[in-house]
Design a protein around this ligand. Structure first.
Ligand SMILES: [Zn+2]
Length: 320
């Protein structure tokens, strides 16, 4: 990959947003220096193309992320923070809940109380999202007895769906009492019995991974699913390479474009059965777009938010 200071400067305006209240900003922190070697990208970790890449600064308010570089794929339009492992190594255990997901500090009893839920816009938003997701799953049909929620948070989805077997992958310590309260077992993908799950939900989770781990994670999900089991992925629209998206992006470390998400799921050996947006029409075209969606494809032409792909593990006995 090659880049010039000129191209970096051109993309530095990615994701400009309205001014945000100072109280929303976490305390300033020192940013890390990034070794130039970390920015060498041979293939796009989403679409797999050996395309040229472009760089931008991270369009972030939080100093830990603002100091980073984002690599953008000229083929699929997705972006990611190269080698974000150290950046997020300890982040999700405590900082994420303390700084962003403050509702998790409630007791499980208060959390489940309808009065608390009615008074909390954050919880109400999560519950509305879960209701829409469950309605979409019901339309697809099938039994969802053994379910893993990958990046479950406090278990909004598992609580509402209430499957017989509830598994959760969640590093946040503040979510643990809530998961315990609903009988969800916290686990890792590697520890799940192969071919045992009817459904894996990954709602607003994959964009928090190191891009270098994305394909291994998707392949592990495929292995954990029963033949014909479903993977439900929802991520925020991340095609800042083509759109102006004026909302907070940190702590995301992968910025999914529609084809980037689709191709990653397909490359993992899954068959896409459904594609849609929960919030249509959010993207406004950038004047200096570096990548153009396929206007013949309604999913790409729409470029909304709550980007959703539902995929099926193909029938067959052997796990990959
Ligand atoms: Zn790509």
């Amino acid at each position: 990959m090659t880049f010039s200071l000129k191209s970096l400067g051109r993309l530095a305006g990615l994701g400009r947003r309205p001014a945000q209240a100072k109280r929303d900003l976490p305390a300033a922190q020192d940013v890390d220096f990034i070794p130039a070697a970390d920015l060498r990208v041979e293939v796009c970790p989403l679409c797999g193309d050996r395309s040229a890449g472009r760089l931008s600064v991270y369009p972030a308010l939080d100093g830990r992320f603002r100091g980073r570089i984002v690599w953008w794929c000229e083929s699929c339009g997705s972006g990611f923070v190269p080698n974000a492992r150290a950046l997020i190594a300890d982040y999700y255990a405590a900082a994420y809940a303390a700084e962003i997901k403050r509702d998790r500090a409630l007791s499980p009893e208060a959390y489940a109380d309808p009065a608390t839920r009615a008074a909390s816009p954050a919880i109400a938003r999560h519950l509305a999202r879960v209701d829409q997701q469950i309605a979409a799953l019901r339309r697809l049909g099938g039994a969802f007895d053994a379910v893993l929620d990958y990046g479950s948070g406090p278990g909004y989805f598992l609580r509402a769906l209430d499957p017989t077997v509830k598994l959760a992958v969640e590093p946040d310590a503040a979510s643990r009492p809530h998961l315990d309260a609903i009988g969800a077992r916290v686990t890792t993908l590697d520890a799940v019995e192969p071919s045992s799950l009817d459904l894996i939900m990954a709602s607003h989770a994959l964009e928090h991974l190191c891009a270098e781990d994305l394909m291994a994670t998707l392949r592990a999900m495929k292995a954990a699913l029963k033949p014909d089991g479903l993977l439900y992925v929802e991520v925020p629209q991340g095609a800042l390479s083509a759109l102006r998206l004026a909302y907070r992006h940190e702590p995301h470390t992968i910025f999914f474009s529609p084809p980037g998400l689709e191709q990653a799921v397909r490359r993992a050996g899954l068959t896409i059965v459904e594609r849609f947006y929960r919030s249509p029409g959010r993207g406004r075209r950038r004047a200096n777009a570096m990548w153009a969606p396929d206007r013949q494809d309604p999913f790409q032409a729409e470029m909304g938010g709550g980007m959703t792909v539902v995929a099926r593990r193909p029938p067959g006995r052997a796990a990959p």
